[in-house]
Every structure is written in C-alpha cells, then in structure tokens.
Design a protein around this ligand. Structure first.
Ligand code: ADP
Ligand code: MG
Length: 243
C-alpha cells in the first residue's frame, strides 16, 4: 500500500508540557482512519501538526515521499493538499455560501471566479447545499454550516481530508446528515483522517481506528479488533466509559 502521510517520531511541546510523544503514524492512499481518545489526549494537536497549523517540536512528516519539515519545502503548497473541517465550522458568517466556497480557490489556488464557482457548485451538490448558494452562512443551521464547510474543503480538491470532531458542535438531530456525507466521501475512495466521538462511524466507516491516550498512540487496528477485542487496558477502560 502506498503511504501518503508518514509521520515519524513526532513530538509537540507547549512550553514544558509534552502533548505529543514520539508518535509514529502513517496513512495510506484511500484509507479512512478514525482517531479516538479522551479529551486532552492530543488528537487535535496531531491533526494540527499534520497540516502545520502547529509546528512540531521534533520529528518528521513525510508526504508523498517528501520531508515537508525540510526548510526548502513549500509548506503553502503542501497545505493546499490537505482539506480541514473543524468542529466550529470556521465559515465567514457574513458571506454567502457560494463565496465561502470560492474565496480560497481564487486566493490560494489562483482559479478564476468563474472556474471557482463551477467547482464550488459541484461540491455544494455533493453535500446537498446547492440550493442555498445565496444564503448567508449565519442563517444556516449547524448541520448545513458543516456541510458547506465540507464543500469548501472539497472545492480545494485536496488529497487528504482532515476532520476534527465535525459533529461535536451539532444538535443531535443534525449529526446524521453530516455523518452520511462523510460516509459517502469515504466510500468514494477519499483519504480521510477523522477525529471523532461517533463510535458507530469509527466502527462502520473506517478502515483503521487509532486510540490516543496522553500524547501517544496507545493502540491501533481494524475497527473490529479495537472495539471487540482491544489488547490494552487503557483502550478497554476508554471504551467502557463511552460505549
Ligand atoms: P484533544 O483534541 O485530544 O482533546 P488537544 O490536542 O486539543 O487534545 O490537547 C492536548 C493537550 O495539549 C491538552 O492538555 C491541551 O490543553 C494542550 N494544548 C492544546 N493546544 C494548546 C496550545 N495552543 N497551547 C498550550 N496547550 C495546548
Ligand atoms: Mg480536540
């Protein structure tokens, strides 16, 4: 299998607090990986180090065979390869749906307005939000906002999508519509890395589940193994608490 992201000995400190400890972790092309674990275990920091929203303290991130922490590497070009979906959507609330989905394409990728609109429409259709292009983001429900945020990320046509608890800020009745889109994306062959508390999603949709505890990957494996037959005591304890 072809590794698209290969992380070696990744550590991250905030001051004297070591939040990630010597993490080795890789993602294969087309793979869907769920990251689970207690609050504070370092899941978000791991995603943020992967897309360089945080600078790793030490270690390597190899992307398609290239060490992207190397000084001569173009991190801006790298970042465009990774789409990010946040818990809090991070939309421009006073902008309409269409412009939320075009601005990055124009500013970062240098696409024309016309092309950006066409691409945005394509992905707004994928998430079922093409009827709302002139609505302001702030007028949308949480589920609709998150669907727009997914379309915005997809419109950049990234190689990998990173999701950080995309349904945690949603009212319960809206969780399903977002998970359904993520499931469809997973089945389409997109490479996805998903931090989630939705254990049904992790179990049913992912190829692999990674359990993080106190800054390390305590255990990883196929969902069947992690959920039905975990080896580590701390995995068992975590699952007992949340299932
Ligand atoms: P998770 O996403 O698993 O809940 P995080 O990666 O957000 O965990 O946080 C891991 C640890 O790092 C926590 O102790 C948190 O307080 C700390 N942390 C995260 N971001 C920062 C930051 N910018 N500055 C200082 N500490 C941080
Ligand atoms: Mg987090």
């Amino acid at each position: 299998m072809e590794k698209i992201i290969d992380i070696q000995h990744l550590s991250k400190d905030f001051g004297s607090h070591r939040v990630l400890r010597d993490i080795d972790f890789s993602v294969n092309k087309g793979e869907v990986v769920s990251i689970i674990g207690s609050s504070g275990s370092g899941k978000s920091t791991l995603l943020r180090c992967i897309n360089l929203l945080e600078k790793p303290t030490s270690g390597q991130i190899i992307y398609n065979g290239e060490n992207i922490l190397d000084d001569k590497h173009d991190i801006y070009a790298y970042r465009t390869k990774l789409g990010m979906v946040f818990q809090q959507f991070n939309l421009f609330n006073n902008h309409d749906v269409l412009s939320n989905c075009t601005v990055g394409q124009v500013k970062v990728l240098g696409r024309s307005e016309e092309e950006a609109k066409a691409v945005a429409m394509k992905y707004l259709k994928v998430v079922g939000m093409d009827q709302y292009i002139h609505a302001k983001a702030k007028q949308l429900s949480g589920g609709q906002k998150q669907r727009v945020a997914i379309a915005r990320a997809l419109a950049m046509e990234p190689d990998v999508m990173l999701f950080d608890e995309p349904t945690s800020a949603l009212d319960p009745e809206m969780v399903g519509e977002v998970l359904k889109i993520m499931k469809d994306l997973a089945e389409s062959g997109l490479t996805m890395l998903v931090v989630t508390h939705e254990m049904d999603f992790a179990r049913e949709v992912s190829d692999r589940v990674v359990f993080m505890d106190q800054g390390v990957i305590a255990e990883e494996g196929e969902p069947g193994k992690i959920f039905n037959n975990p080896e580590e005591e701390r995995t068992k304890e975590f699952l007992k608490r949340i299932l």
